[in-house]
Design a protein around this ligand. Structure first.
Ligand SMILES: *[C@@H]1O[C@H](CO)[C@@H](O)[C@H](O)[C@H]1NC(C)=O
Ligand SMILES: *[C@@H]1O[C@H](CO)[C@@H](O)[C@H](O)[C@H]1NC(C)=O
Ligand SMILES: *[C@@H]1O[C@H](CO)[C@@H](O)[C@H](O)[C@H]1NC(C)=O
Ligand SMILES: *[C@@H]1O[C@H](CO)[C@@H](O)[C@H](O)[C@H]1NC(C)=O
Ligand SMILES: *[C@@H]1O[C@H](CO)[C@@H](O)[C@H](O)[C@H]1NC(C)=O
Length: 604
């Protein structure tokens, strides 16, 4: 579809020339403002997402005036890498940025692409940001025209306390209060000074990231200690889960005073197996942690409501695109996971609402097919009236594609339901072939060190590659090649695999363990290869020129013109004519283009 979109963009440009309108003027009058509200570790936990544990009247009413995405996914459930991905529209496997190290490393990563704020700046938008947008302050300062970093914690006491919960007397020092107030003030300034010129504003919200710092007006310690929340479902380890998929608990949780106190009440005397490390916590303890998170959600709901109200009050509601989302989710006991950095649904899925005042007929409806955060940048640009040209997408090595068609209520510009990108492979050399608009990809690394929090990619043990379709999630854990810094997709490189059917037992049962030739596992392993595996290069990044080497890459690769191509890439290898196309057994000539045969996607 990326190709089709690019064609459409070209068409739009040609039309505006034909009708004789000045393209610059036309573009300006069409341009809308953009407000992006980016939360942190916020899973799809709101009333409108079916949660009865939180009280989110503002998000719920925003959902009634926007399109809600029920299957939006992060590309990597870790703050810094996901933000670098979202804000440059490149997959983590393209940025090769998987862990936070330093602001300098983050800048280096972002610099090699085109960032969301810099793109809007190039379109004559004023760009304004607050709090955590990129992970590091220094990166934000560099990429926004105006930026206000906000404190990370209320104060040192909250930061250094072993407690997950820090109840604030007042709100004046709460990072998210400061961020929202900055946004409100900036909107007022814009109203008075910007003379209708467009703006791009990104407001970062720190909660519900640990620690749960919340004013006592929202909830008190007594409330978060005693309220009864719903029991996580499922709260057992998935049946037949491979060892590598089992995530150890995030240290801020396992080392919190809440858990150590529970340890002295419920734990054993075995200090090598402290309470909580196996995450089979009693319902009372589970409640205590979940309540803290839910309370932080209630808090940010009110703040978000204030900012949205201000936008309306100042008369921006009909010319501003508003998007609310999060970098990734967080598991709160489901499948015995208490963290992010896993490939389970609560960590991979994010809330996403997008409001485009031009398409109000879709307000209050939901989109139930997978979408990816990596596509948000071209989508926002497209909706705002400054779509990214194909040259821009290509030269910046962007992996994303606009899904604005969903908001416009148009069907996907894709004839076969199976789209193959032809032409030059993207920067990482990958070729794509899977039903676009129906699959979302997420990765997560594994290290010897349990947390794998700041372990360099030269020290990874494995990488989990996961794809989510409407009903299934399929994950392959692959040995990490420390030389080539990529997963080993050869037969021997498979450490474990998982298949979950959400129309049935969901994450309670790993279907792959009992049936590795399950039809869905075969199909989805083809998607993973199409998305992540580079036929053109060896694992050490060398161009493959020999037929024998190409063959050893796997059955999903094909040798042609002294190069190794991904089989799905019929569009480039057989574009000349129907004859060239059909000289490849896996390709077929259809409607003047060469496309892969669907049956060829089963790379058993
Ligand atoms: C830090 O914040 C907590 C929670 O609001 C408060 O009780 C405490 O007095 C504050 N400490 C300082 C030194 O300001
Ligand atoms: C203590 O826990 C460790 C880690 O789970 C386990 O290997 C060991 O056998 C346990 N020791 C006893 C005495 O239960
Ligand atoms: C925005 O559009 C809605 C619906 O057409 C209308 O009720 C409202 O008054 C408009 N607001 C402004 C500020 O123009
Ligand atoms: C495994 O899945 C395949 C395809 O879905 C099916 O034909 C086969 O019967 C299954 N085998 C078992 C043992 O369940
Ligand atoms: C063939 O492609 C053209 C141009 O892309 C399109 O307009 C037409 O609908 C396609 N026909 C079929 C049968 O898919």
């Amino acid at each position: 579809m990326m190709l089709a979109c690019r064609k459409m963009l070209c068409l739009a440009v040609i039309l505006s020339v034909w009708t004789g309108t000045n393209p610059v003027e036309a573009a300006t009058s069409e341009q809308k403002n953009v407000l992006l509200i980016l939360t942190d570790d916020f899973r799809a936990e709101a009333g409108v997402y079916g949660s009865s544990d939180v009280n989110t009247p503002n998000m719920d009413s925003f959902a009634a005036e926007s399109l809600q995405f029920n299957q939006a996914y992060t590309q990597i459930p870790k703050c810094g890498p996901e933000r670098a991905s979202l804000l440059t529209s490149r997959n983590p496997t393209t940025t090769n940025y998987y862990y936070h190290s330093s602001g300098r490393a983050e800048i280096k990563t972002v610099k090699t692409g085109l960032s969301l704020p810099k793109y809007f700046e190039s379109q004559d938008y004023l760009t304004i940001g607050s709090s955590k947008i990129f992970h590091f302050e220094i990166t934000n300062n560099r990429y926004f025209q105006r930026f206000r970093w906000q404190p990370v914690h209320i104060n040192e006491t909250c930061l250094n306390s072993p407690a997950l919960f820090c109840e604030a007397d007042g709100e004046s020092q709460c990072p998210d209060r400061l961020s929202i107030d900055y946004g409100k003030n900036q909107l007022e300034w814009i109203k008075d000074n910007l003379n209708g010129d467009p703006f791009f504003m990104a407001i970062g919200i720190r909660r519900p990231h640990i620690r749960y710092e919340v004013p006592s007006s929202i909830c008190t310690r007594e409330m978060v200690d005693t309220a009864v929340s719903s029991v996580p479902v499922p709260n057992t380890l998935p049946l037949d889960i491979p060892e590598i998929a089992q995530r150890k608990v995030c240290t801020p949780i396992s080392e919190s005073s809440e858990v150590t106190e529970a340890g002295s009440k419920y734990g054993t005397s075995n200090s090598s197996a402290p309470y909580g490390i196996n995450l089979e916590m009693e319902p009372e303890v589970t409640n205590i942690i979940r309540n803290r998170y839910f309370c932080a959600v209630n808090y940010i709901d009110g703040l978000i409501g204030e900012l949205l109200d201000k936008l309306k009050e100042l008369g921006f509601e009909n010319n501003t695109i508003v998007a609310i989302t999060s970098d990734h989710g967080f598991s709160l006991g489901e499948s015995q996971q208490w963290c992010k950095m896993s490939l389970f649904e609560p960590a991979a899925r994010v809330p996403l609402w997008i409001k485009d005042p031009s398409y109000s007929s879709l307000y209050g409806t939901t989109h139930n097919q997978p979408v990816e955060l990596v596509d948000l940048m071209p989508t926002l640009a497209d909706l705002a009236g400054v779509p990214m040209s194909s040259e821009k997408l290509n030269s910046a090595g962007m992996d994303g594609r606009s899904f604005a068609y969903i908001l416009r209520g148009e069907s996907q510009p894709d004839e076969d339901g199976l789209e193959v990108l032809s032409g030059a492979p993207s920067k990482g050399g990958f070729s794509f072939s899977y039903p676009l608009g129906a699959a979302a990809f997420t990765i997560s690394q594994r290290c010897e060190e349990a947390g794998c929090e700041s372990v360099k990619n030269t020290k990874f043990e494995a990488m989990g590659y996961s794809v989510r379709t409407e009903n299934y999630r399929y994950t392959e854990w692959r040995e990490w090649k420390r030389k080539g810094l990529s997963g080993d997709f050869s037969k021997g490189g498979l450490i474990g695999a998982e298949l979950y059917d959400y129309s049935d037992a969901g994450e309670a049962t790993n279907l792959y363990a009992t049936n590795s030739s399950h039809e869905q596992a075969l199909l989805l392993s083809g998607y993973l290869r199409a998305h992540f595996r580079d036929c053109g290069k060896t694992d050490t990044g060398k161009l493959i020129k020999k037929r024998s080497l190409c063959k050893s890459q796997g059955t999903h690769c094909v040798y042609y013109k002294k190069r190794c191509h991904f089989k799905g890439d019929c569009g480039s290898i057989g574009k000349a004519s129907s004859k060239t196309c059909e000289s490849y057994a896996h390709c077929q000539w259809k409607n003047s283009s060469c496309v892969v045969k669907a049956s060829e996607l089963l790379f058993a």
